[in-house]
Design a protein around this ligand. Structure first.
Ligand code: ZN
Length: 138
């Protein structure tokens, strides 16, 4: 049912309700030229409410971004209208150019060519820190 009209693309399902807009922004989906649907507060048996993002077309998605925003989300890859792959996510240990360091004194704010790199320092709390200045990602 959720696959619906998608021919070739991706459905990001089981997104925690309310997190789909953050995911949409971090994935850069405003730049997508293909059809993108963002469904908020869909009724889900398991979770109560969930968000869903459907991408009908070929758009490069960084799986680590999804895993960072919401490791409980699931990814369904659709080819020729058929579900060909279901991906479960794992919390990434390292994020490269997913989020930017907000510390104005961080070297990344002056050295523009540097990658923004964060590592998972406290797995239980889901805390990521900048490798240069140790500022927390969120
Ligand atoms: Zn930093």
């Amino acid at each position: 049912m959720i696959i619906g009209s998608i021919k070739n693309g991706m459905v990001i399902d089981h997104i925690t309700a309310g997190r789909s807009t953050e995911l949409y922004d971090l994935l850069g989906l405003e730049k997508a030229e293909c059809e993108v649907a963002l469904i908020r507060n869909a009724v889900s048996g398991k979770m109560g409410r969930k968000d869903i993002i459907k991408i009908n077309g070929d758009f490069p998605v960084d799986i680590n971004v999804i895993a960072y925003v919401d490791p409980k989300a699931t990814i369904n890859i659709i080819k020729d209208g058929v579900l060909v792959e279901k991906k479960a996510l794992q919390t990434p240990q390292k994020l490269v150019n997913v989020v930017k360091c907000q510390n104005p004194r961080c070297i990344t704010s002056t050295e523009q060519e540097l990658d923004h790199v964060f590592v998972l320092t406290e797995p239980e709390a889901g805390v990521y820190r900048c490798i240069y200045c140790e500022a927390q990602a969120k």
